[in-house]
Write a protein that binds this ligand. Structure first.
Ligand code: HEC
Ligand code: HEC
Length: 333
């Protein structure tokens, strides 16, 4: 289901032979947020299709208990509705899964700390990672090669004598991930269509800019392009503990846990806000269950402002308009 719905756009465009480049679209408005392309045209449909199957295949985990999709769910905006996702062998890490949608536009590196360079590096490391699949690429390939149906899809996508190998499997998964792009009504507005968003969503966007949210959440992914300290104007972690949501742990140190540099203490990649209405719970720790509270806390701990409810509602309406149109439609069905 995951692969099929998202696939259609890529397949249609490829079939039409369009040679548009993904970044070729300009913006009709001069805004700090840039529009997504209407469709992805730089990935091959056969690889995307295979990659979608592999992404949902639990044979990638050592105990067969989880696939990539177990923690990056389509109906949860490509993220995980559980506060902390559960890896192979039931291991839990105190982190909330980030969304897999639009991941190609997270330009300062992947994961909450940006420690992984790009999608190629991510897939290389994640199969053997004890915190995810706890498996071994060699064994995964062995099992896949014995599966006639999958083997023939590898053959169709890559050709050659031994198409079932790590390089091709990785390439297929990365092609799939790159195809997961979710243009929204707000993108239509950015491209010049005035009626694409409601008056309240527009008012919310103006407030998003006026409060200064846009200083950190900007660019094509409304985030994903810079690092910032969590708690610029107050101690988020003390507040969390006071609310009974857990004392500070190692991953809360953010980039510091990776670099050991003092200036990286509590620094995280500013996350994308695309589809954010679907990706609860919020923040790297998944400690905040609702979007309303996440907006309040951002006001308090990043901007030093209390946001009155009317403004918060408008901002939430704007964030809703960042939801992918395909996802909005499937939710209505
Ligand atoms: C047990 C849950 C779990 C599974 C299974 C899982 N992931 Fe993730 N994924 C996460 C978490 C948690 C993070 C953030 C890790 C961090 O910040 O250190 C993440 C991060 C990512 C990112 C980076 C996203 C970003 O915006 O930076 C990508 C890409 C990704 N995963 C792809 C995959 C693929 C491909 C697989 C299957 C091979 C997979 N994941 C399996 C939980 C999971
Ligand atoms: C100074 C930079 C900065 C400003 C200003 C800022 N944010 Fe953030 N935002 C971040 C960072 C960093 C995170 C990730 C924090 C974490 O995970 O611990 C974040 C996370 C979020 C999240 C949670 C996303 C997720 O996937 O979990 C939402 C929602 C959000 N911000 C909305 C806003 C809104 C609305 C405003 C304005 C009221 C705002 N932000 C202002 C840096 C900023």
């Amino acid at each position: 289901m995951f692969s099929k719905r998202i696939l259609s756009a890529a397949v249609l465009v490829a079939a039409g032979g369009a040679a548009l480049l993904v970044h070729a679209q300009g913006t009709a408005r001069n805004e700090p947020i840039l529009p997504l392309p209407d469709a992805v045209t730089d990935v091959e449909p056969a690889k995307v299709k295979l990659g979608g199957k592999l992404f949902a295949d639990p044979r990638f985990s050592a105990d067969g208990s989880v696939s990539c999709q177990s923690c990056h769910l389509p109906h949860a905006g490509g993220a995980d509705p559980r506060r902390h996702s559960v890896s192979a062998f039931g291991k839990v890490r105190p982190l909330n899964s980030p969304t897999i949608f639009n991941v190609r536009y997270n330009t300062v590196g992947l994961n909450w700390t940006g420690r992984t360079k790009d999608l190629d590096a991510q897939i290389k490391g994640s199969v053997g990672n004890a915190d995810t699949m706890a498996h071994d690429w060699g064994k995964v390939i062995q099992v896949l090669a014995q599966d006639q149906a999958i083997a023939s899809e590898f053959k169709a996508a890559f050709g050659g004598d031994n198409p079932v190998n790590q390089a091709n499997a990785s390439e297929a998964i990365v092609a799939f991930e790159k195809s997961l792009v979710t243009p929204s009504r707000f993108d239509d507005w950015l491209k010049g269509k005035d009626s694409a968003i409601t008056a309240q969503e527009k008012a919310g966007y103006e407030k998003f800019k006026a409060y200064g949210c846009v200083a950190c959440h900007n660019g094509i992914n409304v985030g994903g392009n810079s690092f910032m300290k969590m708690g610029l104007t107050g101690n988020y972690f003390a507040d969390r503990e006071k609310k009974g949501r857990g004392a500070e742990v190692d991953v809360d140190k953010g980039k510091f846990a990776v670099s050991k540099k003092e200036e990286d203490m509590y620094v995280f990649r500013v996350p994308s806000l695309r589809n954010v209405a679907l990706t609860a719970p919020y923040f790297h720790d998944g400690a905040v269950p609702t979007l309303d509270e996440a907006i309040d806390l951002m006001g308090r701990f990043q901007l030093g402002r209390e946001i009155p409810p009317a403004d918060r509602q408008d901002i939430a309406a704007f964030l809703n308009a960042l939801g992918g149109k395909q996802l909005e439609q499937s939710a209505k069905r």
